[in-house]
Design a protein around this ligand. Structure first.
Ligand code: ZN
Length: 62
């Protein structure tokens, strides 16, 4: 995943994936922890698209 600098600076940073995921499980929405290539720490994202493959139907072949 590509992280843009603006997003990195706006987002809360976590020193470890464990710390980020602890916050994620307490949140009301589904959050995923990912390692940021810019700061080397972890952020949370509510965008789960592309991180996991929840369904395999309707794959566009364009
Ligand atoms: Zn970052």
């Amino acid at each position: 995943m590509k992280t843009r600098p603006g997003i990195c600076q706006r987002k809360r940073r976590y020193a470890s994936r464990e710390e980020a995921e602890q916050v994620a499980v307490r949140a009301d929405v589904t959050l995923r922890a990912y390692k940021c290539a810019l700061c080397g720490q972890f952020h949370l994202t509510s965008r789960t698209k592309g991180l996991r493959v929840p369904r395999v139907s309707a794959a566009p072949e364009a």
